[in-house]
Design a protein around this ligand. Sequence first.
Ligand code: AMP
Ligand code: MG
Length: 495
Amino acid sequence: MTNSDQSPFVFENTFSRTFKTEDNVYFNEVTPAAVSDPEWVSINLQLADELGLQPHNLQSPKMLKIMSGDIRGTSLKPISVVYSGHQFGLWAGQLGDGRAITLGEHRINSAPTTYNELWDVQLKGAGTTPYSRFADGRAVLRSSIREYLCSEAMNGLGIPTTRALSLISSSTPVYRDDVESAAILCRVARSHIRFGSFEHFHYRNQTESVRSLADYVITRHFPEWLDIEDRYINLMSNAVLKTAETIAHWQAEGFAHGVMNTDNMSILGETIDYGPFGFLDAYNPDFVCNSSDINGRYSFKNQPAIGLWNLNALATALTTLIPSESLIPILKTYEPVFLSHYRSLMSAKLGLQKYEDSDEELINRLLALMNENSVDYSLFFRKLCSFSEDPEGVRNMFIDRFAFDDWADSYSDRFNQQNLDALSIKRSMLKVNPKYILRNYMAQNAIEKAVQGDYSEVNFLLKILQKPYEEHPIAERYAGLPPDWADQISVSCSS
Ligand code: AMP
Ligand code: MG
């Protein structure tokens, strides 16, 4: 794009910026640094449609330039927003955002023009910001593909998450353990504010900035609370509620986040920052997906407790706005909300209309059996949808068939108590037990092709994972157990 190219671009008339300069303690205007030889790896047409964007406008050469960090000749005024955080349980001070640059806040045309309808459109990997410290502000292709696919897979599973609109590759070198190439992900979210954004100001004794950040979040996302005295209490209660619900979803779908540092926790409780995540293959509560997590702090079974730990850190950061005697009862709501959400998700996966107290034992016995028998978590539940027609198919997944029979007797009794039509239960089970999840080896296949310049697998997987409950005969190879080589894949924080 030359400086004289003044033709409109997709976001020209839909962007605003709700960050105000008078509060500029927590953001900075930045100019992205363009990458060389940008190419579209993928454009997420489903999300484009949800955002009211026309595909042909998005696929234009002008948008390729913008999405690769070249904003010359546009009216864009991008910003980066600082945050700190606790990493692996220890205060780490200022951390980011050293490589995410928000281009603007998009308003969906047909939506009312209230702030809570705005979506941040952000480039991840578009060069340094004032918060990059000693790093390069870039992201490599491999980790960007993982985030691109997983955030859309999570959305397909109905799990609250940031989204991904496009992915660009380039010839710009990036130096990690090896030389890799830079990619730029366009991430879209209602908010990119993290628990660590509040901690940043709290630990610097910038009390007024904690307040203005809280006011910002309320103005943008909860304008209905603006005039009420308890607005900060509501903000904290909402963070507790939404975090508990999201983590209940993770546990029910077998998702391990991998780096649940407080800077990777969204104030809206959405899943954010996809790094060394992993979905369970064989059920194992001690599963640790991040090879950098030596002590297993972020193991699968620890996630609910870590969610609460992180909310405690958020509560500490808000102590200048909310008295401690109010914070404690709010934090105490976490466990019951988590449990009730988790139980209702698990009941639905088992085809039970409503959770009953005795179901706890049924669920725990099942998980213990799956663990002892190394049964694949997602495959089991998908097969269970057909249990009434094909009980042997489910039974054969277990080594200890007698132990399974014992459990299956209790399950059948409970299932039949409902007196419901088996076919209609099967239909509802198929809507909550995915056929496709993003296993590491699938992402790896897409990455290996993409580094050779072939982006077909990224786009193929995107389509499948956006509709994980549907049958996709062309993707049958991804509907079974992972291949043996999948065990060798190691994912760490390197990105
Ligand atoms: P993460 O492990 O991705 O959650 O890292 C925390 C923060 O460190 C990121 O959000 C960035 O702000 C910063 N960071 C990580 N990698 C880079 C990089 N290559 N350049 C600049 N900042 C980075
Ligand atoms: Mg992060």
